[in-house]
Design a protein around this ligand. Structure first.
Ligand code: NDP
Length: 258
């Protein structure tokens, strides 16, 4: 085990990867990590969005890299891992955040649509955890794996069965990797955001009736923003969480306890 730092939240000199880090929640995670001093490697498909995101993070802390990667592809994840290692030499924390949802009636959902969601939301987490975990166990110093799950993993979601199943699978993957990697000083956790305003929820937020119905169920009385995930990203990537593994951390303004 490496020596703990005087400030357990200090990420200077460490490298974090954030998949889907070019907007929304991923960009919030990346911003928190950069502010704490980490080098951040943003993996996503759209290079223009990634360049814009990188520009917005530049100067906050460590260096920012952008890598074009579709996390559902084993070859792309392997190549992206190599690109990040070529640039920074190591990956200390990996955030598997890339994902998407869509509405579908469970009685009419096509198998191909079911698999399309799983390919990004579940295969993507598996491929990243395997690549990053292998790297972290082949060198000294431990590491951190974080999957962005959802409260859909615990609630009944009548019109998003494939999305919910993908997130339920993510929770199980996290517990498997947490137990396998604990002896290597690698902590593995999931993050369950509540209702967060991003491109993915824009249509729901614009629907006043829906937006206000949700707010009434949130004790904090507001939707969250990507900035609400900055602090938890730092905690999960830092020495501060060194004995915290196999957990699901909910950041939802109290939604699930109300
Ligand atoms: P956004 O749609 O705002 O962002 C999605 C991000 O994922 C983009 O950066 C996108 O970049 C990237 N992405 C999508 N598919 C792939 C892929 N195959 N390979 C690589 N990157 C990909 O979504 P959110 O920020 O809202 O969601 C982020 C995560 O948080 C998701 O896993 C989502 O399920 C989860 N979540 C969101 C909640 C919310 O309320 N917003 C609540 C709970 C969980 P690009 O298009 O360039 O590839």
């Amino acid at each position: 085990m490496s020596e703990p730092r005087p400030n357990p939240f200090d990420l200077s000199g460490k490298t974090a990867v954030v998949t889907g880090g070019n907007r929304g929640i991923g960009l919030g995670l990346a911003r928190g990590l950069a502010k704490a001093g980490a080098h951040v490697s943003i993996w996503a498909r759209n290079p223009e969005s990634s360049a814009t995101a990188a520009a917005s993070l530049s100067g906050l802390g460590g260096e920012i890299q952008t890598v074009e990667c579709d996390v559902s592809s084993p070859e792309a994840v392997a190549a992206a891992t190599e690109q990040t290692l070529d640039r920074f030499g190591r990956i200390d924390a990996g955030f598997a955040n890339a994902g998407f949802g869509e509405a579908a009636d469970p009685l009419k959902l096509e198998l191909s649509d079911f698999h399309r969601i799983l390919a990004t939301n579940l295969d993507g987490v598996f491929l990243c955890f395997q690549a990053w975990g292998a790297h972290m166990t082949q060198r000294d110093g431990g590491g951190k794996l974080v999957a962005i799950s959802s409260i859909s993993a615990i609630f009944g979601t009548p019109m998003q069965p494939h999305y919910a199943a993908s997130k339920g699978g993510v929770e199980s993957l996290v517990r498997a990797y947490a137990t396998r990697l604990a002896r290597h000083d690698v902590q593995v956790n999931s993050l369950q955001p509540g209702w967060i305003v991003t491109d993915a929820t824009a249509a729901a937020v614009e629907n006043e009736r829906f937006r206000e119905t949700v707010v009434k169920r949130i004790p904090a009385r507001r939707w969250g923003g990507p900035e609400d995930l900055e602090g938890i990203a730092v905690y999960l990537a830092s020495d501060a969480s060194r004995y915290h593994t196999g957990d699901s951390l909910r950041v939802d303004g109290g939604y699930t306890i109300f």
